[in-house]
Design a protein around this ligand. Structure first.
Ligand SMILES: Nc1nc2c(c(=O)[nH]1)N[C@H]1C(S)=C(S)[C@@H](COP(=O)(O)O)O[C@H]1N2
Ligand SMILES: [Mo]
Length: 395
């Protein structure tokens, strides 16, 4: 009973803030439009795009999702962020295989057709690079895409990794699984057996069609809620071992420098985070004072988002936002709130609380705990500043 009331209030408030309908001119085309096409494309009037960051080392590039242009919880495959350490390999599904060996009774080779014969599941999960928002350890970034665009959320379809391990029959000494990709850097990460047997997916499809090459075609690991790097793309080898391999990507990279010269290692979980995507840096409250929708995304590697709170008065008071249902474990959650802007300069911010009770920290709280040298796992509250002219910025 609560929700319809809130919606009605929101609608009435919006109506008061919008200019009334004065004259209505409709143009109806006089000619028949474009014909059918075998593979769809978006309207030519839409421009949302990933932004490309090329590094000096060839192949080690990334792109970020334009969070400010998205609606709902799913990232269109064409806008899913990318992170490649040695470019996108050109792999033929019909020739690709996965070797499963090591501490198993029966080593196996799986073709993609073999994988298709296993019972499959579809699950909606976010993937976030642990380097997402990394520069914010030092200074605030200007818009949602730059500040937090290395997170995306898709429906992934594939075979639970546990099903493949069952067929190969684990030996009692088996404790970790090293997953390796078929790109030129042979990206490899060690995964504890518990996680491998829990919700880890060997994914063949994304948003209803085969994985995009940049997301790991023809097959990748999806390790729900864990840092992006361990979601090995172009998966071609699973080595069952009794201890972590200490690969390059879990030692020299993807360890978090802490104050006093210490480092955190194997920091798998992506902790609760959120960001207001509209209104946000780079945008403008163009209609002047009145009602606007505040919306954004929240996610947690620990499970479901329990609550998102929004402050529109520089952190003095907080109110619960509406969460789009269904709220799914380890998936992006869309939040929304109607807000009446008085025309005064202010700041707006969101914080998420997950089902474990973990609360997204402020930047100061995060820095007090971890210093500023980490590069990875930045999940501080993101603040947007609104000026009197309605422009929104990061400072
Ligand atoms: N084989 C392989 N897997 C990989 C990578 C890679 O370079 N090679 N990059 C990792 C990193 S750092 C991240 S954040 C995620 C990004 O997945 P996406 O490109 O599908 O967004 O893939 C991971 N898996
Ligand atoms: Mo990453």
């Amino acid at each position: 009973m609560k929700r319809p009331k809130a919606n009605r209030r929101r609608f009435l408030a919006l109506g008061a803030g919008l200019a009334g309908l004065s004259a209505c001119k409709k143009e109806v085309p006089s000619e028949i439009g474009e014909g059918v096409r075998p593979y769809g494309e978006r309207s030519p009037y839409e421009r949302a795009a990933r932004d490309v960051r090329e590094s000096k080392t060839p192949g080690t590039s990334s792109t970020r999702t334009p969070l400010q242009d998205l609606d709902g919880m799913i990232t269109p495959s064409s806008l899913h962020f990318e992170r490649h350490h040695a470019g996108v390999p050109d792999l033929d599904r019909s020739k690709h295989e996965i070797l499963l060996h090591g501490l198993v009774e029966q080593p196996m080779v799986f073709t993609m057709d073999d994988l298709r014969r296993f019972p499959s599941v579809s699950r909606i999960y976010f993937v976030e690079c642990s380097g997402n928002s990394g520069a914010e350890w030092i200074h605030p970034l200007e818009d949602p895409q730059k500040a937090s665009g290395m997170v995306s959320c898709s429906e992934w379809t594939g075979v639970p990794l546990s099903s493949l391990l069952k067929v190969a029959r684990l030996k009692p000494e088996a404790k970790w699984i090293v997953a390796e990709g078929a790109d030129a850097c042979l990206m490899a990460r060690s995964i504890p057996l518990d996680k491998a047997l829990d919700d880890t997916l060997v994914a063949l499809a994304q948003n209803g069609e085969p994985l995009r090459p940049e997301q790991g075609y023809p097959v990748r690991l999806v390790v729900p809620g864990w840092e992006g790097n361990i979601n090995i793309k172009w998966l071609h080898r699973l080595h069952v071992v009794d201890q972590p391999s200490m690969t390059r990507d879990e030692t020299s990279h993807y360890t978090d420098s802490m104050p006093g010269g210490k480092a955190r290692i194997f920091t798998f979980d992506m902790e609760a985070k959120s960001i207001i995507t509209r209104p946000a840096g780079g945008q403008k409250l163009a209609g002047g004072p009145g009602t606007y929708e505040i919306t954004g995304l929240a996610w947690s590697g620990h499970g479901k988002i329990e609550r998102v709170e929004i402050s529109t008065d520089e952190g003095k008071t907080w109110a619960a936002a509406e969460l789009q249902t269904p709220v799914l474990s380890k998936a992006a959650t869309r939040f929304r709130m109607a807000w009446k802007w008085t025309g005064q300069a202010t700041s707006i911010q969101s914080r998420s609380i997950d089902e474990t009770g973990y609360k997204q920290p402020s930047r100061d709280e995060l820095v007090a705990a971890r210093g500023t040298r980490s590069q990875y796992h930045y999940n501080g509250i993101k603040v947007w500043y609104i000026k009197e002219d309605g422009s929104v910025s990061h400072v």
